[in-house]
Design a binder for this molecule. Structure first.
Ligand code: HAM
Length: 457
């Protein structure tokens, strides 16, 4: 039975998830796990180490890092005001809207410039943006994030992008996406460009809608991707960012594209791509749905050579990317990707009578220990209703132990699919089940460690 049919039969619940949030239900977990596995595998191959910055941070980190006049900070920051003395100054903290600023804070805080560079991180987890929820846009969503900090070379940008395309290929959605790429120049280039945009709009302010008029003051670059028709018409004749790029940025970009060619990564140069976070310099890129375009990009990233200095560290370059897991999951489902899972039930154990119940408790534990997924009806229901339950669990086999079988030291083994059963000796039943399931289908695991023994210090 699907969760949908279950819900339709139930009364309206008293509590629901808050707007813009959702439960990641078991049937979604299998996709999540699949994506996480691909990310972990590809990240490890390339030397990225896992990091988990806290879910909330001082909000000034995001304000300073992402930019005070970006949508994310201006409209979408999820303020946290707790009850402790410190947090009572409402809004001291904010839930992370992304990972990059927090990871750069961690890099500075833990003195990681002492490590061999670049330092490569990956992170997976929930992020929060207080946006107006709509399809593909949530208040709590999940990102996987990759960051390469401490060295600047177009080969690092190319390698990062290659790792991402490998992840998308592994989860079989790469052919549904196009990589859009651009270079937005250095901070100085952008300063000159911002001035040129301001100059261009002198005398045209009155033609701008109110919101864009105020943006002209706070963040003129945002006029370029304005949704307002009047602004879009004016922007057509505005100076282009491309004209303001210095020679180094042009060269950097040309080399990056050559490296992408060498790695066999396809891309679409997009001179209009600017991205909504202030920390970017030079390389920016996004993965778009090939059919619908920019709306609901499945991921985006770029270079942020000024961010660490902005957060109080020594000037340190960086490049990174984040993918939105809900949007990726949507693509996987659309593409018909069947995320494998290990949630199948192998054995259902049914019993009748106190003696049988005690024996079954041990039997279930022993089956599980061997890696056989097992559940048992340990209530007092009749054998018939226990068998109905076995059906609902979609168990492959059922084991039935009644009073007679206990006396005869046997057990009934039922093949649920074939609907056939036989009475077999109780001793050796676990081996028999394992033989039927096949050793390779057992869910066993080993925690491998490298134990070196206690040290004296
Ligand atoms: P971003 O473009 O803001 O970049 O977000 C990356 C991805 O997160 C988006 O492409 C989208 O798939 C997903 N996403 C963002 N907001 C939402 C939302 N409200 N609901 C669902 N999914 C969402 C960053 O976050 C940068 N930190 C990426 C980066 C890393 N740049 C350098 N390093």
């Amino acid at each position: 039975m699907t969760t949908g049919t279950l819900i339709s039969r139930m009364a309206e619940p008293q509590f629901r998830t808050p707007k813009g949030t959702h439960d990641v239900l078991p049937e979604e977990q299998r996709y999540m796990t699949y994506i996480k596995k691909a990310v972990r595998h590809r990240a490890r191959q390339a030397g990225y180490k896992r990091i988990d910055p806290p879910i909330f941070e001082y909000r000034s980190i995001f304000e300073r890092g992402i930019g005070e006049h970006t949508d994310i900070v201006e409209k979408e920051l999820f303020a946290v005001s707790g009850k402790s003395a410190e947090a009572d100054k409402a809004g001291t903290f904010a839930l992370r809207p992304e990972f990059t600023a927090g990871i750069c804070r961690a890099y500075i805080e833990h003195g990681m410039q002492q490590l061999p560079q670049p330092v490569e991180f990956f992170a997976i987890g929930p992020c929060f943006r207080h946006d107006r929820p709509q399809k593909g846009r949530y208040r709590q969503f999940h990102q996987f994030d990759l960051e390469v900090i401490g060295l600047k070379d177009p080969s690092l940008d190319a390698q990062l992008i290659h790792v991402i395309t490998n992840i998308f290929a592994d989860i079989r959605i790469l052919d549904r996406l196009t990589l859009q790429i651009n270079n937005i120049g250095t901070a100085e280039n952008r300063k000159a460009y911002v001035q040129a945009i301001k100059d261009f709009f002198v005398g045209k302010e009155r033609q701008l809608p109110e919101l864009d008029r105020s943006r002209l003051e706070t963040n003129p670059l945002r006029l370029l991707d304005s949704k307002e028709e009047d602004t879009q018409i004016l922007v057509k004749n505005a100076p282009k960012l491309e004209q303001f790029l210095d020679e180094e940025s042009r060269q950097f970009h040309a080399t990056l594209l050559e490296y992408l060619d060498a790695l066999g990564v396809s891309y679409v140069p997009n001179p209009g791509l600017v991205r909504g976070l202030d920390y970017y310099t030079q390389t920016v890129f996004e993965f778009w749905d090939s059919n619908t375009g920019a709306q609901n990009a499945v991921g985006g990233g770029g270079r942020y050579d000024g961010l660490i200095e902005l957060l109080g560290g020594k000037p340190t370059p960086g490049v990174g990317f984040a993918g939105g897991m809900e949007r990726i999951m949507w693509h996987m489902k659309e593409a018909g990707v069947q995320a494998p899972h290990k949630d199948q039930m192998d054995v259902f154990v049914a019993q009748l009578g106190p003696e049988a119940k005690k024996t079954c408790l041990r039997l279930i534990a022993d089956l599980r220990e061997k890696g056989v997924h097992s559940v048992g009806a340990l209530g007092e229901a009749s054998l018939k209703s226990q068998m109905r339950l076995a059906d609902k669990f979609e168990a492959k086999f059922a084991l039935l132990l009644g009073k007679m079988e206990v006396k005869r030291e046997t057990i009934i083994l039922r093949d649920m699919k074939a609907g056939k059963q036989q009475e077999v000796p109780f001793a050796g039943i676990i081996e028999k089940v394992i033989e039927l399931l096949g050793e390779k289908n057992l869910d066993t695991y080993t925690l491998r460690d490298q134990f070196v023994g206690p040290t004296d210090d």
